[in-house]
Design a protein around this ligand. Structure first.
Ligand code: CS2
Length: 493
C-alpha cells in the first residue's frame, strides 16, 4: 500500500490503517486557545480534549494553537499543511505501540504574522480558556527577587504598543481589554508548565504587567480571572525520524510532525475556572482544591530525577534516559537522591504512596521504547534546576538534611557547562538560553573552585552558605581531577 499524506481529505481513507477521529471536526467550536504547541501539549492536553470529543462529544472545546515566536513558523506550516491533524504514537515498555490520529486542534495562528488575529481569537465569545506551555524559562520573572522583569526589551515594547504585542503578557492583556470593552466575561488562564504554583505565579506576573499598562483591566483581572494551579505529566521525547518512518512503514501514513509519548498520563487541576471548563474529570483528570502536594512531588521527584540522570549521563556519554537507567550506578544514584534528599522534605501526601510513586518513576524512566534523549533533559537547565533541584537543596540546608547528591549534580553541571565535551571525547550539544553565561562562569573553575556559583540569577545567595560551598568545592575538585563521573557517582552510593 502506498503511503498517504495525513490531512482532512485523506482521513476517510485511513480507517483501516490506524485510529482516526470519529467526530466531525468541521462542527466544532474553539473553546481553548493554547500558546506553545510543542510535543507536550499535543501528547497531553490536546489528547485529553480529543478523547472528550471522541467519547462525550464536547463540541465547544476544540483548540486553536498559537505560536508567538518566529521559531514556531515551521510548526505552523506543517500543521496547516496537515489540517492540524497529527498522530500520537504511544510506546509501551513491552514493545506494544498504539498510533492514533488526534483531531482536537482545529486552527493554528502564528502571532508574528498577524498579532490582531491572535488577539481577536482570544477575545472571541467562544474562547473560554487560554492555556499555556511556554516552558519554565518563559515567565519573565527575576529569580532573585521573584518579581516581574520589566527590563526585558520585549516587555518594554509591549507596554508602549498595547495593540502589537510580542510577549504572552501583551497578548493576554490586549485580549482581556477587548473582552472587557465588549462586555464579555474573561477567559480562564491555565498554565501547564512545570513550575510550582504555576497559576499563582502567572497571576502575579500578569498583574504586575497589567498594573503598569492599564489599572482598570488589572483590577478586573484581579477580581474575575481564574488562574488554576495545575500539575501536568506525560513523558514526551523529541520526535525523531525513526517514528516518522515507523508510521510510513507500518501504517502507510505520512505525518511530518507526529508525537511520541509514554502510556502514563496525569493531570491534577485546581477547580478555579472563570468561564466554564470541559468535563475532564470524565477522563480521570483530578480536580482538587489544592494542587500543592502533587506538583511538589512531581517536580521534585520526576523533573529533578530526570536532571539527576541527564547531566552526568551527558558527561558520561549515555545518550538516553533509559540508557542511564540500564546503568545500575546511575539508577541507584537517582533513587538515593529521591530517598535521601527529596522524600524527607515531601512529608506525607494524602492518598499517595510515595514509595510506589518513586517505583513507578523508575519504571517510566526505564521504558526502553521511549528513548528520551539526555540532551532534551539537559536543555534549558538554567531555567529548570532553580525550579526542580535547587529548592530541595535549600530545604535540606535549612533542616540539616543530606545535600550530597544534589550538590554533586550542580558540580557536574559546572563541568558540563565548562567542557562541552563528553568524557569519551564526543562533542556535547548544549542547548540553553544562558549557554554563554554558564560557560563563562564555569571556565574559571580551575582558578576559583566556586566561580560557577557566582551566577546570582541561578544560585541566589547559595554561595554564602558555608556548608554547601565546602561540599560543592570538594566535589567539583574531584570531578575535574578524576574525569570519571560514573566512578565518582559509584563512590557516593
Ligand atoms: C522533563 C520534562 O524537560 C524536562 O526536564 O523532566 O519534560 C518531563 O518529561 C515532563 O515534565 C513529564 O511530564
Amino acid at each position: 500500500m502506498e503511503s498517504l499524506k495525513l490531512n482532512a481529505q485523506n482521513l476517510s481513507k485511513f480507517a483501516d490503517r490506524l485510529a482516526v477521529p470519529k467526530y466531525d471536526r468541521s462542527s466544532l467550536k474553539t473553546g481553548i486557545v493554547h500558546i506553545g504547541v510543542g510535543g507536550f501539549h499535543r501528547s497531553h492536553q490536546a489528547y485529553y480534549i480529543h478523547q472528550l470529543l471522541e467519547k462525550y462529544s464536547a463540541k465547544d472545546w476544540a483548540i486553536c494553537g498559537v505560536g508567538l515566536r518566529e521559531a514556531d513558523r515551521n510548526m505552523a506550516n506543517v500543521l496547516e499543511d496537515q489540517d492540524y491533524l497529527y498522530t500520537l504514537v504511544t510506546q509501551y515498555p513491552d514493545g506494544k505501540v498504539e498510533s492514533e490520529v488526534i483531531g482536537s486542534i482545529t486552527e493554528y495562528l502564528l502571532a508574528v504574522d498577524n498579532p490582531q488575529l491572535v488577539i481577536d481569537k482570544m477575545a472571541h465569545p467562544n474562547t473560554k480558556i487560554v492555556s499555556l506551555t511556554i516552558t519554565e524559562g518563559g515567565y519573565n520573572f527575576n529569580p532573585n527577587t521573584g518579581e516581574f522583569d520589566f527590563k526585558n526589551p520585549d516587555i518594554q515594547h509591549d507596554l508602549s504598543h498595547p495593540n502589537q504585542p510580542k510577549t504572552v503578557y501583551g497578548y493576554l492583556m490586549a485580549a482581556l481589554r477587548k473582552r472587557h470593552a465588549n462586555e464579555l466575561p474573561p477567559f480562564t488562564i491555565l498554565s501547564c508548565d512545570n513550575i510550582q504554583h504555576n497559576g499563582d505565579m502567572l497571576r502575579k506576573m500578569l498583574l504586575a504587567f497589567a498594573t503598569k499598562q492599564d489599572i482598570k483591566i488589572a483590577d478586573w483581572i484581579a477580581k474575575e480571572v481564574g488562574f488554576p494551579n495545575t500539575m501536568v505529566d506525560r513523558i514526551t521525547p523529541i520526535t525523531t525520524s525513526e517514528v516518522t518512518s515507523y508510521l510510513e512503514n507500518t501504517h502507510q501514513v505520512t505525518d511530518e510532525w507526529c508525537v511520541v509519548c509514554e502510556p502514563f498520563i496525569q493531570w491534577v487541576v485546581e477547580d478555579n475556572f472563570s468561564n466554564g471548563r470541559p468535563q475532564l474529570e470524565k477522563l480521570g483528570v483530578q480536580f482538587v482544591p489544592d494542587v500543592t502536594p502533587y506538583e511538589k512531588m512531581k517536580i521534585r521527584l520526576l523533573n529533578a530525577g530526570h536532571s539527576v540522570l541527564g547531566i552526568p549521563g551527558a558527561i558520561h556519554g549515555h545518550p538516553t534516559i533509559d540508557g542511564c537507567m540500564e546503568d545500575a550506578v546511575f539508577a541507584k544514584f537517582m533513587r538515593q537522591f529521591m530517598d535521601k534528599e527529596v522524600t524527607p522534605i515531601l512529608g506525607k501526601i494524602e492518598g499517595v504512596d510515595i514509595e510506589k510513586y518513586k517505583d513507578s518513576l523508575e519504571n517510566r524512566f526505564a521504558n526502553p521504547n521511549i528513548k528520551d534523549s539526555v540532551s532534551r533533559i539537559c536543555a534549558e537547565s538554567a531555567a529548570k534546576l532553580p525550579k526542580f533541584l535547587i529548592p530541595t537543596l535549600r530545604e535540606n540546608l535549612e533542616n540539616g538534611g543530606s545535600i550530597k547528591y544534589a550538590t554533586f549534580i550542580l558540580a557536574a553541571w559546572c563541568y558540563y557547562s565548562d567542557k562541552g565535551i563528553q568524557e569519551n571525547g564526543e562533542p556535547l550539544e548544549i542547548i540553553d538560553a544562558q549557554k554563554k553565561a554558564l560557560h563563562q562562569a564555569a571556565q574559571k573553575t580551575e582558578n576559583d573552585w566556586t566561580s560557577f556559583l557566582n551566577q546570582d540569577e541561578i544560585f541566589e545567595n547559595l554561595n554564602k552558605n558555608e556548608r554547601f560551598v565546602k561540599e560543592y568545592a570538594s566535589i567539583v575538585q574531584t570531578i575535574y581531577r578524576e574525569k570519571n563521573i560514573r566512578k565518582l557517582m559509584h563512590e557516593l552510593l
